[in-house]
Ligand binder design. Structure first.
Ligand SMILES: O=c1ccn([C@@H]2O[C@H](COP(=O)(O)OP(=O)(O)O[C@H]3O[C@H](CO)[C@@H](O)[C@H](O)[C@H]3O)[C@@H](O)[C@H]2O)c(=O)[nH]1
Ligand SMILES: [Mn+2]
Length: 978
């Protein structure tokens, strides 16, 4: 058992040894061998055993290579050596390293087990190569660093925790060829379109060509970031083999969990409780988990329900861990329809499960009672159980509140085991202060958690996203704790998955195309965008630092906002360079000082810290600033918990962020209601990369608004957020270009995420065109020559082919793709359109956009929600489009009936076009009908009015038609859908 005390190397996870002269060296197989080899010895100094010849050969090849990696580890992460040193000081005897409890030389055992592992790995690799369709499938060049698996020499250096699995070459190459083909055809197509105007309907033709060019442009933006998609595989068993050795304390990194809620009436406390319970019951060492719940509504209901939740967790957590159940959110676990009696499960489980279910039902009753009580606020405001008045009675004007439940020194579970910490946080709100919605709430949590627990990693979840896979954090750690892959990773994003969505996913709520296609494409470039939930951050990345491999540059715009101090001293160099150097030095000095901070008294200590520019960046909390310097997280043992709480209250005060970099350069970034895109974007601009992690069992699951109106409002909010970014200083079109750290394909993807709302303008125009054509008898395409018909056909085929090939590599179903298309049109002609106008209004009039929280339903009403139609202006444009197109079809038919045989040919073309519109809007039409086929009369009235006015005016004015009589020409029109 002496063994258990030996220190462990952070790099390879092996134990560390000490050379006779007192220097440290890593006694793991590789480095030890290399060391010895370099010394020219073939016998291990430590144990006296001769080395295995095979092993030696192997080492000979890679000595130089591996040494350089080790060197970079040490130089890049100075604390590594620090850790070695710290650990070594705790080693009591060196002998403990040499022999295991049976007296066998440990060294020999290690070599054996290593050889063992190696042969196993080779076998595995073999299996994989045969499994994959093409063993030397293409790897995007950016991926080489991580793709250790394909490089056997590097792979044996340490057991890799994750590998990149490229898409088989056969699939990806044909996909790329078709993309290039489509691009070429598109160019030829536009050449044709532009050189062949329709003289009889010049206006119509021009409009349609402009629209088409815009569509082509947005296609390019969407397509090219999908150029080199990848998949990844993780090995969580290796993770625990490396960091959780038997008999030793777990070396896994700690994680702070953030859950944000704002309105307990729209976000039922039971949903939040489930999220919290699923976090507390994670399969992760309890002392490494802390859960912070942010209550932006300062609601006593949220607080009280958290008290109940903490209490229920004492039973729930041990039950989950005992029987390893999934998911660990009770509501969703108990609603699984599985016959537990069928597989021979232990009778004790069945019994306990039943008892647990009863307990949960009681818990639910208590929660529902709390909710019922909270429906009507008493006149004098809420009072807590102890008779004092609830501090948050005025939600816009209240002090910061923090309450720690459970955890270290707190309540234990029913079996007496420790539970993770659970902390309630409601940041201070005062009138006259900007609160920055969710981003502000998250930043407050970043600071509170830094003061209280300071875990090196942060996982944030919306209140309705519960942990569905209790090993999710381990999955993320396979990347973040990997010394090679992880060092430049700012976050690991998991896809959002949803519960309770109607089978056909009528409104594309699941967003499958985005999560399974686009995000995987991005993972092959610089990493997925941050989507606001289900994401594990490296805390240091949130503090605005650049990745360790690119240390020279600091946040680019901080040079403009912080140039105050150093640039005044030396005027010769580039001020931003000076700033960077100075900041480095300050940081070094601060770290150095921190080491012997104990030697200073309180005053000197605060002086030391304030000398630096840290206060200007992080605000006036010395405790917080100190915490930012601990790259590996953790809080000093010595500090008194009550001072910490006081400090925690300080850092959530509403004035704390004034004149700091919070929200500008560090933490969650302000300035858009889609703070997520902005936050991830800034990190990528600094040169970080992110990782997309898709475990087989979805890591997190959330709820989505399933009725039409709520969904449209959600999409409106997202699109508005994008327009806000477009109009801000962070516009991806030019922001951060000088730094050159954002890969250009990644930039393209970001540009796509902010310009997509603008596509609504050409889309609305394009959806009106078929109706106009039908009403006026004109058409947007002239008579086709053979060549032109080929072009149209080619374009058509290439569009279908790209989709088919995309479906093949991504595994997305054709229904999902079609839904996505449909909702692209529905959202485009309603929500996106409004977003564009609101965005510009906001900019011109300085109005603030409000974050309308999506309501989440607690009870499953068998999709009752799906059929709710709430009146909203968003419904008018698509309804109008539907009606004019239908009117157009009728008019077209009656016209053709009047005109006789020749009219039918061109009519067919136009009707096809109109159907294209109606088909895309079909889910919308269904949504309008509701369950009882009833639509709010007002919507119908308005739409009919608009549509008929429009049609009438149209027929009268006919602006697009040239005055010359060209009816004959237009009748010869052919239609090809483009
Ligand atoms: O002032 C606020 C407003 C919202 N929230 C929280 O923000 C989260 C997201 O709100 P929701 O209404 O569920 O928005 P969705 O559209 O479903 O969320 C998606 O889009 C948001 C960006 O608009 C992201 O922040 C989310 O993570 C992402 O899931 C919820 O937990 C809220 O409690 C706050 O904490 N404070
Ligand atoms: Mn949500």
């Amino acid at each position: 058992m002496m063994e258990s005390k030996s220190p462990v190397c952070n790099t390879c996870g092996e134990e560390i040894g000490v050379k006779p002269n007192g220097e440290f060296f890593v006694a793991c197989h590789e480095s030890c061998l290399e060391y010895e080899f370099k010394e020219g010895r073939r016998i291990c100094l430590r144990c006296g055993n001769p080395y295995d010849e095979n092993v030696l050969d192997d080492v000979e090849i890679k000595t130089s290579k591996h040494q350089s990696t080790i060197a970079t580890h040490i130089s890049n992460t100075p604390q590594d050596s620090g850790i070695h040193a710290r650990h070594v000081s705790t080693v009591s005897t060196i002998d403990s390293e040499l022999n295991d409890e049976y007296g066998n030389p440990i060294w020999k055992n290690r070599v054996d087990s290593w050889k063992d592992k190696k042969s196993k790995k080779n076998k595995k690799k073999h299996a994989k190569a045969t499994k994959a369709e093409d063993p030397d499938a293409q790897v995007p060049p950016q991926q080489h660093m991580e793709d250790i698996s394909l490089n056997p020499e590097a792979a044996s250096a340490t057991d890799v925790l994750s590998v990149v699995i490229p898409i088989p070459r056969t699939k990806i190459t044909s996909y790329r060829i078709v993309i290039i083909m489509r691009l070429t055809i598109l160019a030829l197509f536009f050449h044709y379109r532009i050189t062949h105007p329709v003289d009889s309907a010049y206006g119509l033709w021009l409009t349609s060509v402009i629209c088409e060019i815009w569509f082509a442009f947005s296609w390019v933006l969407d397509q090219f970031p999908k150029w080199s998609p990848i998949n990844r595989e993780t090995y969580i068993d290796r993770l625990s083999a490396r960091f959780e050795r038997e008999g030793e304390q777990s070396q896994l990194a700690a994680v702070d969990f953030f859950v944000s809620t704002v309105d307990p009436l729209k976000e039922p406390p039971l949903i939040t409780a489930n999220t919290v319970l699923s976090i507390l019951a994670l399969d992760y060492p309890v002392d490494k988990v802390s859960c912070y719940v942010s209550d932006d509504g300062a609601a006593m209901l949220s607080f009280e329900s958290l008290v109940e939740t903490a209490d229920f967790a004492r039973k729930w957590v041990p039950f989950c861990k005992k029987y390893s159940i999934e998911p660990r959110a009770p509501e969703f676990y108990f609603s699984l329809k599985i016959d537990y009696l069928r597989d021979k499960v232990q009778p004790s489980f069945v019994k306990e499960r039943r008892a647990m279910k009863r307990d949960y039902e009681e818990f639910k009753i208590r929660m529902n009672a709390l909710v019922a009580k909270a429906q009507k606020t008493p006149e004098e405001g809420w009072t807590m159980q102890d008779g004092t008045s609830w501090p948050g009675n005025n939600t816009r004007d209240h002090p910061g509140m923090i309450q720690v439940f459970l955890g270290y020194s707190g309540a234990r579970d029913v079996e007496g085991n420790e539970l993770p910490r659970l902390v309630y946080v409601s940041r201070e709100k005062r009138p006259g202060y900007q609160h920055h919605k969710k981003a502000g709430a998250e930043n407050a949590l970043v600071r509170v958690s830094a003061v209280l627990t300071n875990a090196p990693f942060i996982l944030n979840l919306d209140c309705d996203h519960y942990v569905n896979n209790s090993k999710a954090v381990r999955e993320a750690m396979c990347f973040l704790m990997d010394p090679v892959v992880g060092q430049d990773v700012c976050y690991v994003q998991f896809p959002q998955r949803f519960d309770g969505i109607d089978k056909s996913d009528r409104y594309a709520n699941r967003n499958i195309v985005f999560f399974d296609v686009n995000m995987r494409g991005l993972d092959g470039i610089q990493g997925p965008v941050y989507v606001g939930t289900g994401c594990v951050f490296r805390r240091q990345a949130l503090y605005g630092y650049s990745p360790p491999s690119k240390p020279k540059m600091l946040p680019q715009s901080s040079s403009s906002s912080c140039c105050c101090c150093p640039s005044k001293k030396k005027q010769t160099q580039d001020p931003s360079e000076i700033y960077k150097d100075a900041k480095r030095e300050e940081l070094d000095a601060a770290i150095f000082n921190l080491g012997d901070l104990d030697n200073y008294d309180e005053y000197e200590r605060s002086m030391l810290i304030s000398q630096t520019s840290f206060e200007k960046t992080f605000g006036l909390s010395a405790v917080f600033i100190e915490s930012t310097l601990m790259e590996n997280g953790g809080v000093p043992d010595s500090v008194n918990p009550s001072t910490l709480i006081k400090e925690a209250i300080h850092v959530i005060s509403c004035g704390y962020e004034e004149k700091t970099e919070w929200g500008k350069e560090i933490g969650w970034i302000y300035g858009s209601i889609t703070e997520d895109i902005l936050t991830g974007f800034k990190m990528h601009c600094r040169g970080w990369r992110s990782i997309y992690c898709m475990p087989l069992r979805p890591a997190f699951k959330g709820s989505a608004p399933i009725n039409l109106s709520d969904r449209l409002h959600q999409v409106l909010r997202w699109a508005l957020g994008s327009v806000e970014i477009f109009l801000s200083r962070h516009c991806p079109l030019w922001y951060g270009c000088s730094g050159g750290r954002l890969k250009w394909l990644q930039r393209m993807a970001y540009i796509n995420t902010i310009v997509y709302p603008f596509t609504s303008l050409p889309l609305v125009a394009y959806c009106t065109l078929p109706a106009i054509c039908l009403l006026t008898g004109k058409f947007i395409i002239p008579t086709l020559s053979n060549l032109a018909s080929m072009l149209f056909l080619g374009l058509f085929i290439s569009i279908i082919l790209t989709s088919v090939l995309e479906l093949r590599w991504s595994g997305v179903s054709i229904e999902d793709l079609w839904r996505n298309e449909q909702f692209w049109v529905i959202g485009g002609v309603s929500a996106h359109l409004f977003a564009v106008f609101q965005g510009f209004l906001k900019m011109l009039a300085g109005l603030d956009t409000n974050f309308t929280v999506t309501s989440k339903t607690a009870e499953d009403l068998e999709f009752g929600e799906l059929y709710i139609v709430k009146w909203t202006t968003l419904l008018i444009p698509p309804t109008s489009l539907l009606i004019i197109n239908l009117v157009g079809v009728v008019a077209g038919f009656s016209d053709a009936l009047n005109k006789g045989y020749e009219a039918w040919g061109p009519l067919f073309g136009k009707i096809f076009f109109a159907f294209w519109v109606v088909l895309h809007l079909y889910p919308f039409l269904k949504g309008l009908m509701g369950r009882q086929n009833r639509t709010p009369t007002i919507v119908i009235l308005w739409s009919i009015l608009l549509a008929s006015v429009f049609s009438l005016v149209w027929v009268r004015i006919n602006p697009f038609v040239s005055k010359t009589d060209t009816t004959a020409l237009s009748q010869n029109c052919l239609l090809i859908d483009c």
